[in-house]
Design a protein around this ligand. Structure first.
Ligand SMILES: NC(=O)c1ccc[n+]([C@@H]2O[C@H](COP(=O)([O-])OP(=O)(O)OC[C@H]3O[C@@H](n4cnc5c(N)ncnc54)[C@H](OP(=O)(O)O)[C@@H]3O)[C@@H](O)[C@H]2O)c1
Length: 341
């Protein structure tokens, strides 16, 4: 889907000038990566506090710190905004940037729920401006190769996908991981990786069953889900913020199976077991891994596209619909679920 706006016409904007909205932990990874991507620069950063913006700007060599998100999105020297606030604010902040005429790369998950993700996709289409979920894993060479080969049917149809993403953190009700108001819990923070991985390979599931261990602050600290697809395929996935898991992914097809070595979301090595043989495929990740998604976003922005075929709007919406269905039987609701967009 192509659309054009004055701020992203390919012939006018060669360099994509990025602004970071929310200078927290992941924003640092983005700041390091964006400078290594040809045709991109980091020109501004916006925080709720000018001091935090200025501190980030001085550490990461960013020209213009802004003391509010509104100032950042109205900066005429910014073409694209990287939204790096907690999940509960992705919708509000991405729409703020789109309505101000900026392209958006938004951290995962795209929103708190499917309804918010739909609203973001609508705003992107209405403004004719690019929007993509920063599901960086999809753009890495190993994951991209696996996705292409499996979808092409190299080993026949997929029968099973197994994947997990768990890590150990200490309980802290003030941290975004444990705060229900910020969309805390394992499912949205790390469960989105295996769900997005299964969606890339199999599409949206027909049925969903799940179990969760809810913690003291009400968020899911560990959760598992079984997704079943119309063609009979099944995905068995789990996530945790209280225990480290193997972080591996395996894909079982009719004529062989693949293992993405841990961590599967940053894998550099894929084992293919087929016909009694084992083949190893190695892939390099220069930099911190964020460069690939930034490259894709910048290329699509220059082309005047509103989305990327590698992480299209409706696939992010489908992932969130699945996450909504997974948590529904747990009675897990975020305060932001009730709010209008
Ligand atoms: N792709 C990845 O590998 C990866 C890894 C980690 C996290 N993430 C994603 O990135 C997003 C941010 O995660 P993070 O770990 O960077 O979080 P973080 O360190 O807590 O930073 C979030 C930033 O958002 C801003 N913010 C705005 N409203 C806030 C509020 N009410 N409470 C807390 N912060 C607020 C804060 O900046 P100011 O107050 O200064 O404006 C804060 O620095 C999440 O959606 C997460 O899923 C992605």
């Amino acid at each position: 889907m192509e659309a054009h706006s004055s701020s992203q016409r390919g012939d006018e904007v060669k360099e994509v000038r990025w602004g970071i909205l929310g200078p927290g932990s992941i924003a640092r990874t983005f700041a390091e990566a964006v400078k290594r991507v040809p045709g991109c620069s980091l020109s501004a950063v916006g925080s709720r506090s000018f001091e935090r913006a200025a501190d980030f700007a001085s550490k990461h060599d960013v020209e213009r710190p802004h003391g509010s998100y509104l100032e950042l999105v109205n900066d005429p020297d910014v073409d694209a905004v990287y939204v790096a606030t907690p999940h509960a604010f992705h919708c509000e902040h991405a729409i703020l940037a789109l309505r101000a005429g900026k392209a958006v790369l938004c951290e995962k998950p795209l929103a708190l729920n499917a309804r918010q993700a739909e609203a973001m996709a609508r705003a992107s289409r209405e403004e004719g401006l690019f929007l993509m979920e920063a599901m960086w894993t999809r753009f890495l060479p190993a994951v991209k190769w696996v996705g292409e080969r499996v979808r092409a049917g190299d080993w026949g149809e997929v029968k099973f996908v197994y994947a997990d993403f768990g890590f150990r953190s200490s309980f802290d009700p003030a941290s975004r991981l444990y705060d229900l108001r910020l969309g805390g819990g394992a499912l949205l923070d790390v469960g989105v990786y295996p769900v997005s991985f299964a969606t890339m390979l199999l599409g949206e599931p027909e049925s969903v069953s799940s179990a969760a261990e809810l913690g003291l602050s009400g968020v899911d600290e560990s959760s598992s889900y079984l997704l079943a697809y119309a063609n009979g395929a099944q995905a068995l996935l789990s996530s945790s913020i209280i225990v480290a898991t193997p972080q591996e992914a395996r894909i079982v097809c009719e004529r062989g199976w693949l293992r993405l070595k841990a961590p599967f979301f940053r894998s550099t090595s894929v084992e293919v077991h087929s016909g009694g043989e084992v083949e190893m495929h190695d892939f390099a990740i220069p930099g911190n891994g964020f460069e690939f998604q930034i490259e894709e976003a910048a290329a699509r922005i220059r082309a005047g596209a509103v989305e990327s075929s590698m992480m299209p709007h409706q696939e992010s919406v489908a992932v969130l619909r699945t996450l909504d269905r997974i948590r529904e039987p747990w009675g897990l609701k975020y305060p932001g679920d009730e709010a209008s967009e």
